[in-house]
Design a protein around this ligand. Structure first.
Ligand SMILES: [Zn+2]
Ligand SMILES: [Zn+2]
Ligand SMILES: [Zn+2]
Length: 173
């Protein structure tokens, strides 16, 4: 997994927008910067709350328009199954199919490239004479950190955040 810093993400996005002749307005850039600072996925409304810290007049359409632009440019992905958005960490590779591993406990999203999966979907689509435009593959579960927290039975004497629990509770001793 690549670990681009938010500065690297911003400068790369600026470069690509320049090459493509599209405008990264200050509002679009601000939304992208907020996205780049997220550890996991974020909903449009949480994004709006964060945007309002610096731009108190921001309204939902402000965020949605900026998100649409960023999606179009492939800088971010939509996580369909929990209706949120996540930074793409290799947006220099256009039109890639990724598998999104979505943590149900902390909403972290790990994006993995999926060339093999892409071929299979392409094959299935052509068998069905289906003109494929866009595909999303999402898998749900627990991230590495949450697996550890869920397995922990020393509540109180550990440093985990046990406040956030998954809907399906694991067994405790
Ligand atoms: Zn991506
Ligand atoms: Zn997690
Ligand atoms: Zn613990």
């Amino acid at each position: 997994m690549s670990t681009m810093t938010s500065e690297q993400i911003m400068s790369q996005a600026e470069k690509l927008c320049l090459q493509r002749g599209v405008r990264l307005t200050s509002q679009r850039a601000e939304v992208l910067r907020l996205m780049a600072e997220q550890r996991g996925s974020i909903s449009a409304y949480d994004l709006l709350d964060q945007l309002r810290i610096n731009e108190p007049q921001a309204k939902p359409p402000t965020v949605y328009r900026a998100l649409d632009f960023l999606l179009e440019q492939g800088f971010i992905h939509r996580v369909e199954s929990n209706n949120s958005y996540v930074m793409c960490h290799h947006f220099e590779a256009p039109a890639h199919t990724s598998v999104m591993l979505v943590c149900d406990r902390c909403a972290a999203v790990i994006e993995k490239h999926a060339e093999g999966v892409e071929n299979i979907i392409g094959l299935l689509a052509s068998e069905a004479r289906f003109a494929l435009r866009h595909s999303v593959i999402e898998a749900h579960g627990l991230c590495e950190n949450c697996v550890e927290v869920e397995a922990c039975n020393r509540h109180g004497s550990c440093e985990h955040d046990h406040e956030t629990e998954t809907k399906k509770r694991g067994k405790r001793s």
